[in-house]
Ligand binder design. Sequence first.
Ligand SMILES: *Cc1c(COP(=O)(O)O)cnc(C)c1O
Length: 418
Amino acid sequence: MGDKEEYQNKKFSTRIISNSFSKKDVHGAINMPVYRNAAFEFFSSEEIANAFQNKIAAHTYTRISNPTVENFENKIKEASGADMVMAMSSGMAAISNTFFTLAYAGCNIVTSPHLFGNTFSLFKFTLADFGVETRFVDTNNLSEIEAAIDENTCAFFCELVTNPHLEVADLPEISKILKKKHIPMVIDTTVIPWCGFNAREAGVDIEVVSTTKYISGGATSVGGAILDYGTFDWSNNKRLTKVKPTSDMSAFAFKLRREIARNIGAQMDPDTASMQSLGLETLELRFNKMSASAFELSRFLSEQSNVVKVGYPGISSSPYYDLVKKLFRGNPGAMLTLNLESKEACFDFMNKLQIIRRATNLFDNKSLIIHPESTIYGTFSAELKKAMDIDETLLRLSVGLEDVNDLKSDIIRALDIL
Ligand SMILES: *Cc1c(COP(=O)(O)O)cnc(C)c1O
């Protein structure tokens, strides 16, 4: 487990599928059993004392750790090459726990205004009440990023492909600035899974991901994960400088595992971990098929006269085409956007679809469509929507595993009626 040489030698799906349990199962179960229990029994008072004092590695209570959840975390280690993985109850739990670990009153976070809605709200409202400032910058403007950083910057944060704007930031270039200034790079990688993006190579220090999306294996459950690549020297963070890990964890991982995550209590439950472990085993297959369909649909939609604009960073007309080649081997995943004439046209089109479902969420096996302005951002004020550049003529489509020709027929039928 975590053996670097083994990680490099075996290919992605093999590493996930062939990963072994940390202890041999007594019955030889081939899938990790679901340990659906809150507490673990010890054979002596000395042993339970040692477990609580971290002198022996043992599960004591499922809010702290659990064998099924640990097995899922180990599979993610195999998938990503991260040093430490902590599974959480949701993507938002991963993001909030990360910032509860890094941030402190008086610090600031440098990020893009183009964020997942709840992440934006976490930064702008929740953390602001605790004295954390968020500095919104254009992540395609390196000098703007550099100028926003000061001695109280606790992290730079952004998403791999922003949603619904579909922007891609040049992470290796941003990483050079952050290294010079001793600022950790925290990236939300939800929209491109590990088979399509090498976080360590791109300079990512901490990764957060909503495993609800690609990983869960068909929207089976809500979950998240925090990954630490062990690449950052935390003595530069004012909050973590005093943390002295007693094990081989980084100061960040130590503070997160031993204090923050236990106190917040947003751990992944064992049933979710079991479903998502199975999801991980088919991740590469699903990602490749969905992305190929998204690419084909983006070209198909571009040819339709009543589609005003198509957004997909994998097509050569996208300003991010070269970056997508550099960071994601040309494959920006299964999310695309389309603009129609008006909000009414968007609503009519959505109402006529018979295969593509009207639902939020991304990267389900089913294709999903949503009108972000009236839903995800529906309760945001007009000013906020303007600050986040939310466009009422835009639809977001997450392409699923249906036959791509059936999806085309569904789209043609719905567009023809406009
Ligand atoms: C869905 C999503 C989240 C939040 O994840 P949950 O599992 O719903 O909490 C965060 N970031 C991005 C980019 C997402 O798509």
